[in-house]
Design a protein around this ligand. Structure first.
Ligand SMILES: [Zn+2]
Length: 225
């Protein structure tokens, strides 16, 4: 099982997976309930009550059990959220566009429908999955301009031999901190989709194939505060 994942975790409460290229979508999700999006690099986050696969957007949030929330990636970053006290789980697709448009903030606002601000910020664990790293992701001036206008720190960029590189992971972590998520609750899976041959990279291969990143809630346990 674990050889099909860059990261996999299952405990009494949650099942979380970040797949690699050996993962078989049909086989794994056959007979299981899930929601998956038509991803459009937006800041749209959907509440999930029942399975669907027809909606446009880039974030999912739910408090239902036995229902997988799935995000597809190939260089963009999957961000998984789980909150034991509020009982919600979430999955977000954050490339440079979603990050710059602040899908993390949209997710936080949606999470307030499930729990108080204190619970959302203090008790939400976050995992930022594999994506293209700051040494590999070359961008142009227009992208730099957009991020600077949106108030991001200069250190998300690096200049080398006249080229500019963007560290989307750093930008996501900057946003998570800015929105109030606690650094000790944030875990980064520091794998680069461009460099790691077991992962898919759109920038490298122009591939249509995608990595599947998901979370499922197992228990309906909700700790009240
Ligand atoms: Zn890299």
């Amino acid at each position: 099982m674990t050889e099909k994942f860059a990261f996999y975790l299952k405990d009494n409460d949650f099942e979380i997976g970040f797949s690699n290229r050996y993962f078989d979508f049909e086989k794994f999700f056959s007979g299981k309930k899930f929601s998956i999006l038509k991803q459009i690099h937006s800041d749209i986050v959907h509440r999930v009550e029942t399975p669907f696969s027809d909606k446009e957007g880039d974030g999912l949030i739910s408090d239902k059990k036995e229902l997988y929330l799935i995000i597809k990636t190939a260089d963009c970053y999957p961000v998984i959220f789980y909150n034991k006290k509020g009982g919600f789980i979430g999955a977000v697709h954050a490339g440079w566009r979603g990050t710059y448009k602040n899908i993390i903030k949209s997710f936080k606002e949606k999470a307030l429908e499930y729990a108080s601000l204190k619970t959302v910020l203090n008790d939400t664990e976050v995992i930022v999955g594999p994506g293209i790293c700051g040494n590999c992701y070359e961008v142009k001036d227009d992208v730099v301009k957009l991020f600077k206008e949106a108030g991001f720190e200069d250190n998300i960029f690096k200049e080398e031999k006249g080229k500019i590189f963007l560290d989307v992971r750093k930008a996501i972590n900057f946003t998570l901190a800015k929105e109030g998520f606690l650094p000790e609750n944030i875990k980064n899976i520091n794998l680069c989709t461009f460099e790691d041959p077991t992962l898919y990279s759109y920038r490298k291969d122009k591939t249509k194939k995608r990595l599947y990143n998901f979370i499922k809630k197992i228990n309906n346990k909700k700790i009240l505060d």
